[in-house]
Design a protein around this ligand. Structure first.
Ligand code: HEM
Length: 421
């Protein structure tokens, strides 16, 4: 009897799969990219979420690239997905934001950040909100109050770590990043009460909230702050943790960093002074280290878009409504794009533009959705490195295992012993 039940179940699963695949085929007018939509309902979800190592592209993607090429179809978490690992197609996808593709993450994502947050807005509203955020965290405005706040918070947190003696870097950098955007919230509250005129982002937000024909209402302003907090928290603390891991594994890199930061100290009148904008801009090797860290870190494992209409690429059709996933790690770890791609080698960035994205360097995304916080993240990392290297002694004591699921996970932390010099 049970044999019959097993056979019947297997038959039903096969049949379900066939109907499912046929339905998908019929909904497309052209030729779908090669690939498989996996099992009914669950598709290829289980394999997609299988853990893998830090220095690897997702085996899920590697296996299918070998079988189908740089563009293939799959299905996970209930979505039909076309995966692109082709630099030209990626660029096309980023360029077509708003016309053929639209940023698209899960519904829970939208619920968390609010229906009208930056990631749920498109077109003119997106542009407007992004400009507002750039008034706060874009390069021009980092020079002022935010740079001062970042320096202050970094020094305060490092001092507290040293008093503890041993800390888990992932945990404490997470606290540091939360503290930083808490600062923004506090400034917003303070400013609401203030009668003194200010010319900055928060003033703009508050003025917009007060306007009659406003796009921005108080709820959107709160969503914006929350999104910034969230976007900073996970990404930047992971980057800082990996930064520590990479430089402690590579003493030659640490030695070069020490040279750069001690030169800065020597040229200062006040040994205990804060980093100035000019000093920050002079940290060329530090920026090379930061770029190399985010290249290997691949903090954002996939960038998601939704096709607004049937889109033709490379002889295939991406049907309207399908999700498209760009996988930056495939290019960041490609031997064709980077010599010895798994090596942590900041010198590979020598002479290159350190602040631009490209079709082979997408750590901060691309196109109109390029990360709005890239500059603030880099300033955070540079400030962290400066005070850590010049004022403290530290060694990694335990932890340091890192896996991807596909997001970065630090199962046993990364502990350092730290004391003042
Ligand atoms: C190392 C740190 C960071 C990494 C690797 C990173 C990476 C990215 C990537 C890849 C995107 C593009 C997503 C897409 O196209 O779908 C993005 C977007 C975004 N990032 Fe970051 N990010 C970092 C830090 C930050 C920080 C510090 C902030 C906040 C100040 C921030 C705020 C945002 C926002 C608001 C967006 C959405 C932009 C838009 O939709 O136009 N990020 N980030």
């Amino acid at each position: 009897m049970w044999v019959f039940a097993v056979c019947l179940t297997a038959l039903l699963v096969k049949l379900g799969h066939w109907i499912y695949t046929q339905t998908n085929r019929k909904s497309c007018n052209g030729k779908l990219p090669p690939g498989s939509t996996g099992f009914p309902i669950i598709g290829e979800t289980i394999e997609f979420f299988s853990p893998y190592s830090l220095h690897d592209i997702p085996p899920f993607v590697r296996k299918r690239m070998a079988r189908y090429g740089s563009l293939f179809r799959t299905n996970f978490v209930g979505r039909n997905v076309v995966v692109s690992t082709d630099p030209e197609v990626n660029r096309f996808i980023f360029q077509q934001e708003g016309t053929s593709f639209l940023l698209s993450y899960t519904e829970s994502f939208t619920e968390i950040f609010g229906q009208q947050s930056l990631v749920s807005c498109h077109g003119m509203v997106h542009k407007y909100l992004k400009n507002l955020i750039l008034q706060l965290v874009g390069p021009e405005n980092l020079k002022g109050k935010l740079m001062y706040e970042i320096n202050e918070a970094t020094r305060r947190h490092l001092g507290s770590w040293a008093r503890h003696g041993t800390v888990d870097i992932k945990e404490v950098t997470s606290e540091l990043t939360v503290d930083l955007l808490g600062i923004i919230k506090d400034i917003l509250e303070e400013r609401k009460k203030s009668t003194t005129p200010h010319q900055d982002f928060l003033n703009l937000i508050l003025e917009e909230v007060r306007k009659e024909d406003k796009i921005l209402n108080e709820a959107i302003a709160v969503d914006l702050i929350f999104l910034l907090l969230f976007a900073t928290h996970e990404t930047t603390s992971s980057a800082m943790t990996l930064l520590i891991k990479f430089i402690s594994d590579h003493p030659e890199v640490l030695a070069e960093l020490v040279k750069e930061h001690e030169t800065i100290l020597r040229s200062r009148d006040n040994d205990d002074g804060e980093i100035t904008w000019q000093e920050y801009k002079s940290m060329t090797f530090t920026h090379m280290v930061i770029n190399e860290t985010v290249r290997l870190a691949n903090i954002v494992p996939g960038i998601f878009r939704k096709a607004l209409k049937d889109v033709e690429v490379k002889g295939y059709t991406i049907p309207a409504g399908w999700t498209v996933m760009v996988v930056p790690s495939v290019l960041h770890l490609s031997p064709t794009e980077y010599d010895d791609p798994l090596a942590f080698n900041p010198w590979r960035w020598k002479g290159k533009d350190l602040h631009a994205g490209s079709k082979t360097f997408m750590a901060f995304g691309g196109g109109v959705r390029l990360c709005v916080g890239a500059d603030v993240a880099k300033l955070l990392m540079a400030s962290f490195l400066h005070y850590l290297i010049t004022k403290y002694r530290w060694t990694v004591t335990k932890g340091g295992d890192i896996i991807r699921k596909p997001g970065l996970v630090f199962p046993n932390g990364l502990y350092i012993k730290i004391s003042e010099k």
